[in-house]
Write a protein that binds this ligand. Structure first.
Ligand SMILES: [Fe+2]
Length: 133
């Protein structure tokens, strides 16, 4: 089954900050790879990669918030921390169950869906602040 998430990437998701956008695109590519994972080993491998990449990406964004004295930095970090908790709960379930159509639907809705919403609302809000400096 072909992944569909990366195809749904759109200009609306661009923040205009190249490093941030490149990392967001990589996240969607990896989620796409996860949706395409044909067996439990590959599924687990991509989940492990995503786990590390999500944390790296959030840490990089938070450094940018700190450097630019973003007033909503701690609120934004709370969204990140919450997502890591949600992702890890889902990851444990996915590792236990392996790839399936039902899990793919949830990955689209919860893993990719949260990211899209977060980028559209919170990362774009930061981008507007950053550009106004
Ligand atoms: Fe963010």
């Amino acid at each position: 089954m072909m992944g569909v998430v990366f195809l749904l990437w759109s200009a609306a998701l661009e923040t205009g900050m190249k490093e941030v956008d490149d990392q967001h695109k990589e996240l969607f590519r990896q989620i796409d790879t996860l949706l395409d994972a044909g067996n439990a080993n590959r599924f687990r491998e991509v989940l492990d990669f995503l786990d590390g990449y999500i944390v790296k990406h959030f840490t990089d964004e938070q450094k940018l918030h700190a450097r630019s004295k973003y007033p909503k930095a701690s609120e934004h970090k709370a969204y990140h921390d919450n997502y890591v908790v949600i992702f890890r709960k889902l990851k444990a379930k996915y590792i236990a169950e392996g790839p399936s159509a039902v899990n793919n639907m949830e990955i689209n809705k919860s893993v990719a869906g949260w990211l899209k919403e977060h980028i559209l609302v919170h990362d774009r809000e930061f981008a507007a602040y950053y550009k106004s400096l």
